[in-house]
Design a protein around this ligand. Structure first.
Ligand code: FES
Ligand SMILES: [Fe+2]
Length: 428
């Protein structure tokens, strides 16, 4: 349970809010690279941390992320014409380059240099892996570029998708660090999903419905271990890293690719979920990539031409009561991702955490909230750079391991929870 003011502090990320300032310390995913595929691509509207922006690529292929609204009289530059070295407003032709600098005001004599005095807010936009990353903070404090393993392995080893989720970022993230729901909500998928099935670990997941949780601090956030019974004298551990503010990885299954998410606030009632799947040492097979594109694993099917999931709140997530009755799905909703976001959206746009009743399996969630609150306060009061900004904090992996009962997961797994280039993930 949280006090109302703490719930507001953690869930509000607009300009000038403590959590908004915290998010503005990090490089965050803004778009998929496929949204701006080539020089001169049409501009794309992007809302992040409650700021309305336009992304575009000029004819040199340079990326820009600038204020959506023209400095003249506030028209949306989404209607603009992407032309040569900039984007020209559709109303009276003012033109802006990728930094937001105005470079042409056709009505004014050029020799007066009026355009040079006009600049829109502009943020960097950098392609790493399948993702275009931005940094919405103070340019003087811009950190080193992100080095997440999923974004830096060779292109044929990784796949990223994104979806629009219609609720606050924090309740979505909390679903990512609460692996106690897997044995219930996702029980059907473990048996049939092509990106999960066949792993030995699935049997432990399904036969022990009462995991015990242990949480360990990490430089960038937490490692959350979920322990289930395995063979005589052993435990099966599923270990999820959370790196601040909003990166999580699902523990792997067998030789399937590892997946995870980055949750980015659009505004206080919506978020983007960037979902990746990668294998540290091998190319993804054509079948695996097709399964991801078809919405299996933790990916989605979409309303054509959008990043809105096909199953969404306007169609009751395509609820199938018969499948629920037959036990094919636990909630009646098909697909791991839709199972998650349907329930998270059902809590309302921002869940009222003054009314919740947390239990021992929520230990990871409780710790994560504390770390976020502490980091936001340290930044606000003392200017402390938060955990997770340093790329060294980003070099983590999830793991699934079977350990003798008397071993501490965090000590026995210390090596496998680090990125080890050329070495496969630890997985059961
Ligand atoms: S509103 Fe953009 S040029 Fe006039
Ligand atoms: Fe889930």
């Amino acid at each position: 349970m949280l006090k109302q003011e703490v719930n507001e502090l953690l869930t509000q990320t607009g300009p000038g809010t403590p959590m908004g300032d915290l998010f503005r310390q990090y490089w965050v995913p803004a778009l998929l690279a496929e949204e701006l595929p080539e020089p001169g691509s049409p501009p794309v509207r992007v809302k992040l941390l409650s700021e309305r922006l336009i992304a575009f690529r000029d004819d040199d292929g340079d990326y820009g992320l600038i204020d959506e609204f023209c400095a003249h009289r506030g028209v949306s530059l989404w209607f603009g014409k992407n032309e040569g070295n900039g984007l020209r407003c559709a109303y009276h032709g003012w033109k802006y380059d990728v930094t937001g600098q105005c470079i042409d005001v056709p009505s004014e004599p050029e020799e007066r240099g009026f355009s040079q005095k006009v600049k829109l807010t502009g943020y960097p936009l950098v392609k790493i892996g399948d993702v275009l990353w931005t940094y919405l903070g103070d340019p003087e404090k811009r950190p080193t570029l992100p080095e997440w393993e999923f974004a830096t392995v060779p292109a044929d080893q990784t796949f990223t998708s994104k979806r629009w989720q219609e609720c606050n970022w924090l309740q979505a993230l909390e679903g990512g660090i609460d692996s106690s729901h897997v044995s219930w909500l996702h029980s059907g998928g473990l048996k049939s999903d092509p990106l999960f099935k066949g792993a030995k670990g699935n049997q432990y997941n399904l036969s022990d419905m009462k995991p015990f949780f242990e949480v360990a601090d990490a430089p960038g956030g937490l490692f959350i271990g979920a322990r289930r019974n395995a063979e005589e004298g052993h435990y099966y551990w599923r270990i999820t890293p959370w790196v601040m503010p909003s990166f999580t990885m699902v523990p792997p299954r067998g030789d399937h690719p590892i997946h995870g998410h980055l949750w980015v606030p659009i505004d206080d009632e919506n978020c983007w979920v960037f979902t990746f799947d990668y294998h540290p040492v091998r190319a993804l097979s054509a079948d695996e990539v097709q399964a991801m594109k078809d919405g299996y694993g933790v990916h989605n099917e979409y309303v054509p031409g959008t990043y809105r999931p096909l199953a969404n709140k306007d169609n009751d997530y395509l609820m199938d009561r018969e499948a629920q009755k037959r036990g094919e799905t636990f909630s009646g909703v098909k697909g791991i991702a839709a199972q998650d976001f349907s329930l998270q959206e059902s809590m309302g746009p921002v869940v009222d955490r003054t009314k919740e009743r947390l239990v021992s399996t929520d230990a990871g969630i409780i710790q994560a909230r504390r770390r976020l609150q502490k980091a936001a306060a340290a930044l606000r009061d003392e200017g402390v750079i938060p955990p997770g900004v340093d790329p060294e904090h980003q070099k983590v992996r999830s793991a699934s391991v079977v350990l003798p009962k008397d071993e501490a997961f965090i000590e026995s797994s210390a090596d496998v929870l680090k990125v080890r280039p050329g070495v496969a993930q630890a997985s059961v």
